[in-house]
Design a protein around this ligand. Structure first.
Ligand code: EPZ
Length: 416
């Protein structure tokens, strides 16, 4: 299995181009099969999750080809309504292909996705929303069989603002004549990107970014060329890395408004974080401040996808830091690895309490999931001595060219 070898202690200086958002391009690829016309998605990051999603589109009968930083999708015919089990297991978020397959061919079959590295990842909210839209759903033998031939314009209320369930309901609603409303929906920026994409295809969606979305369905959807929004979690990861290591970094393409809950944590730190419409600049002398209490919440709250990374900062921040993970059941698997590097932390259920130490020490550690792996890389970059981060395939699911980007910023990191 691949690993990264890191020699810690270098500050990070320079600028990087923020990748297209993983958590936007995946639903956009799903939405691309809503039309039989050609669709071009620009700024599509080169990630294993994207490659796997393209494989699933091809298994459904679509053409999905990468041409540099763009992906071209042509779903003239959808020859299968079954999302392949092996690929669905590889990519849990393939579940929101349900909405677009049902929109296109009115039926779908998907294996019930099992739990994964960060929690149970149930799909009850997805199924409840689809049922409220009139979809007939049978769960049998580990499979979910859906029939949307009787789907009608509906008023759907989500019990929890699930990102994926919001996206599935939006995708299906585009095919239902009349107005479908979704209340208590997710407000993430990626939902707005999906709304803008569907509208660029000739759809009529409004309200994304608020708890209430309306979709006027039944409109003919045509091909489009669309550029994916910047990845706020990648940008946040490099922002936190610069604070941990010290340095002066510009994140080109990043939108500060997508990271306001994160940036506000550093208002009292001895660092400068400023931004204009399409970049964030961070300069830090590496002096750590206090973090206090951090609770992950749905957007616009502190993002769960930066919880692992801020654990690395909490390991070396002044005083005690309390981190509460409110979204996923088991998203502290990076903590035992940070302890190997000298972190002083206790975890009970969804709460981690850190007592900051002066500096972490290099060690041999193992990534257990995507964001936990990123946290260990940040730890290696700021630690004393050498760190070996193993199982980096997790990291390469979500971070394009991370070794090249960090090397360009002055880090001493190599892939082995
Ligand atoms: C999306 O996952 C993201 N993935 C996740 O990013 C992100 O952590 C998450 O939203 C929250 O922001 C993609 O967009 C591809 P949810 P999703 O449905 O849609 C529970 C990363 O690292 N829930 O909003 O699966 C669920 O268990 C990944 O980039 C149900 O109970 O998240 C979780 O506790 C990780 N029943 C909470 O809701 C359901 O039917 C939030 O899940 C669905 C979800």
């Amino acid at each position: 299995m691949a690993k990264y070898l890191i020699s810690g202690g270098n500050s990070l200086c320079g600028e990087i181009d923020v990748q297209g958002a993983k958590n936007s391009v995946l639903p956009l690829l799903s939405a691309a099969i809503l039309t039989a016309d050609d669709v071009i998605i620009q700024n599509a990051p080169k990630l294993t999750d994207v490659t796997n999603m393209m494989r699933i589109l091809r298994a459904l009968g679509a053409v999905a080809e990468r041409e540099g930083s763009l992906v071209r999708v042509s779903a003239k015919d959808i020859s299968s309504h079954e999302i392949p089990v092996s690929l669905a297991k590889e990519l849990r978020s393939s579940i929101f292909l349900l909405g677009s397959v049902l929109a296109r061919v009115k039926k779908a079959k998907v294996a019930y996705p099992g739990g994964c590295d960060i929690g149970l990842r149930p799909i009850d909210l997805h199924l409840k929303a689809l049922r409220e839209m009139g979809v007939e759903i049978r769960e049998e033998g580990g499979y979910v069989y859906c029939d949307a031939s009787g789907a009608e314009p509906s008023y759907v209320t989500l019990d929890y603002p699930s990102v994926g369930a919001t996206e599935n309901a939006m995708l299906l609603a585009t095919s239902i004549d009349g107005v479908t409303s979704i209340a208590n929906c997710a407000e993430e920026p990626e939902i707005e990107d999906l709304q803008n994409f569907i509208n660029a295809m000739g759809g009529c969606v409004s309200g994304a970014g608020t708890p209430f979305i309306k979709i006027k369905g039944g409109l003919p959807l045509k091909g489009t060329v669309f550029s994916t929004m910047p990845d706020r979690i990648e940008a946040g990861t490099y922002l936190l890395g610069t604070l941990a290591c010290g340095g002066d970094v510009t994140l080109k393409g990043a939108k500060a408004e997508h990271l306001s809950a994160v940036i506000s944590k550093f208002s009292k730190w001895d660092c400068k974080i400023n931004a204009n419409s399409d970049r964030i600049h961070i300069s830090s002398n590496g002096n750590m401040g206090e973090l206090g209490v951090i609770e992950t919440k749905p957007y616009p709250g502190f993002p769960t996808d930066l919880q692992a990374e801020i654990c690395t900062l909490a390991s070396i921040s002044k005083g005690s830091t309390i981190i509460v993970e409110n979204l996923f059941e088991t998203r502290f698997k990076h903590v035992p690895e940070l302890i190997k590097m000298g972190a002083n932390v206790k975890v009970r259920d969804r709460v981690a309490v850190f007592n900051g130490v002066d500096r972490l020490s290099g060690a041999k550690v193992y990534a257990k999931d995507l964001r936990g792996g990123a946290a260990l890389i940040l730890a290696g970059l700021c630690a004393k001595g050498d760190t070996e981060v193993n199982d980096v395939h997790f990291v390469e699911r979500g971070y394009e060219d991370i070794v090249a980007k960090l090397t360009r910023l002055g880090a001493n990191i190599k892939k082995a």
